[in-house]
Design a protein around this ligand. Structure first.
Ligand code: SF4
Length: 81
């Protein structure tokens, strides 16, 4: 089962599996530009996704301890996890 939220961030496609996310907050700590907590303490996208640094984004997603974040580059190649 999954509850995928998908966003276009800096030309990349980023998916948050909100059923896997346990709200540790590592992604938000490393790169708060695209991510925030919702009212339930689960990661979600911010409304405004402009100005995201790609390297910081990929690093933030790599650090998710439960692999709740997937990143695809503009060619559809999976960079994370
Ligand atoms: S690092 Fe992973 S588990 Fe932690 S808030 Fe972000 S998506 Fe959720």
């Amino acid at each position: 089962m999954s509850e995928i939220e998908e966003g276009r961030v800096g030309g990349f496609t980023v998916q948050i599996d909100r059923l896997i996310c346990v709200g540790f907050g590592d992604c938000i700590e490393v790169d708060p530009t695209p991510f925030q907590f919702d009212d339930e303490g689960i990661a979600t996208f911010r409304k405004e996704l402009d100005g995201v640094d790609r390297e910081a984004l990929v690093e933030a997603c790599r650090l998710c301890p439960v692999d709740a974040l997937t990143v695809l580059d503009p060619d559809g190649e999976q960079l994370v996890p």
